[in-house]
Ligand binder design. Sequence first.
Ligand code: AMP
Length: 113
Amino acid sequence: MTKETIFSKILNGEIPYDEVYSDENCLAFRDIQPKAPVHILIIPRKIIPSLREAESIDAELLGHLLLVAAKVATKEGLKNWRTVINTGADAGQTVFHLHLHVIGGRAMSWPPG
Ligand code: AMP
């Protein structure tokens, strides 16, 4: 049985979201608490809790998410951006539906905290 998250509710149209991009495999929308001028989340329609649970059958989907990240970043006018996938609570994951953050519009430091 798959566990419901705030992102599965977004996919089911149960809660509002600010859409940036959508196709048959994924949805991109603006983060509700942006950490930079541009902060977009890309989620697969397939429910995968985190990168830890992704399997080889998901390889094409994972590649697609990265290409969509570049597409939406470019559409937002970004030339530099950071793509982040937090995996597990200690890494900062709070929503257990695999997602990519696309963050940009300001200079960033490294390493992340
Ligand atoms: P993470 O901490 O990597 O799991 O990222 C989850 C992200 O989801 C956080 O940056 C939250 O601000 C964002 N978030 C949580 N709820 C919503 C929502 N309803 N709409 C948009 N973004 C959300």
